[in-house]
Design a protein around this ligand. Structure first.
Ligand SMILES: [Zn+2]
Length: 96
C-alpha cells in the first residue's frame, strides 16, 4: 500500500484510506466526487433533453393539432437518453 501525504496536515496516510487518521480530512472522497461530477453533469443534461423535448413535443402537438412535433420530440428524447446512459456508464466505469 503506497503512502500519500494528507493535503491538510501532511500526515503520511495510506492511499486506500478515505480520510486522514490524524485530522480526519476526507481527501480521497473529494477526488471521487470531482470525477463523478462530470458524469453527473452528462446525466443531468441527458435528462433535461429527454424531459424538455418530450414536453415541448407534446405541447406543440396539442397546439398545432399535428403529431409531427411529438415524433420529432421522441427522436430528440432518444438522443438525450443515449447521453444520460453514456453518463451513467461513464460514472460507473470511473468509480466501479
Ligand atoms: Zn490530515
Amino acid at each position: 500500500m503506497p503512502l500519500v501525504n494528507c493535503p491538510a496536515c501532511e500526515h503520511p496516510t495510506s492511499s486506500e484510506a478515505t480520510a486522514c487518521p490524524q485530522c480526519g480530512h476526507p481527501f480521497k472522497a473529494l477526488t471521487i466526487e470531482a470525477t463523478a461530477k462530470e458524469w453527473k453533469f452528462l446525466k443531468i443534461i441527458g435528462a433535461i433533453i429527454v424531459l424538455g423535448s418530450m414536453g415541448a413535443g407534446e405541447v406543440l402537438s396539442v397546439l398545432f393539432e399535428t403529431p409531427v412535433p411529438l415524433i420529432f420530440g421522441g427522436v430528440v428524447a432518444s438522443g438525450g437518453l443515449v447521453i444520460a446512459i453514456y453518463g451513467a456508464i461513464g460514472g460507473w466505469w470511473d468509480n466501479g
